[in-house]
Ligand binder design. Sequence first.
Ligand code: FPP
Length: 248
Amino acid sequence: MQSSIKHVAIIMDGNGRWATQRRRPRLWGHVRGASIVSDIVEASDNLGVKALTLYAFSTENWSRPLDEVTGLVKILNKFLIKERQRLIKNKVAFKVIGDTSHLNSEIKKLIQDLEHETKNFEGLKLSFAFSYGARKEIVDSINSWIVKHPNQLMTEQDFANGLYRPETGEVDLLIRTGGDFRISNFLLWQIAYAELFFTQTKWPEFSVAEYTKIINSVANRERRFGAIHSMPSLDESQQLAKQHINQI
Ligand code: FPP
């Protein structure tokens, strides 16, 4: 299926509340939440989505109780082992974006191996934002530019090229589950023109059916990218703007 929604980003929120409402530990909510990730990954491919970026753990999440933090790291570890074959079979190009330096060596190796094994795959570009913060990503891009190009100003494109996974480009659709209306330091640069969708559904209850409905409803929204009529893409809108600037 062809869709104008090529890059989807999801803030998978509401796990803790979902579990607490059921008198279970918060970690149980994360476990249940992790169990639907693969279905959403597979559905993305079927819906014509080319890149999916999932917010699994923010830099701020390190301040949660230690058992929750270690639990989330273990969930990632298990996911990498359990889903490896399925990701490879589906030609998913996997990458973790964020600061993985604090993770243990076993999980770092699992991440590196899977990234290496899948890096040339042409299927869905799946990114897990883990120990991720958008402000840090922004500062990292600027710093790496300064180191390589002292005394030279950067363009928007130079900046975008220095982000953690530049090939995934702009986000077309940002979904947040769990009922809050916040961005929480996620992909701040990449969501400049994204359509935003907030659902009350808590992440463990999110489904392929709801995901499909959201994509279809957003694909029908008119996207103008600053113009007055619907534009096919941000690139085309920017090119047209440049042509007009040169004509006046
Ligand atoms: C926010 O819910 C969610 C997280 C901090 C973690 C999201 C992680 C998963 C869905 C599992 C990770 C999956 C993989 C495969 C690594 P919250 O705890 O803030 O919920 P609350 O707002 O109800 O407290």
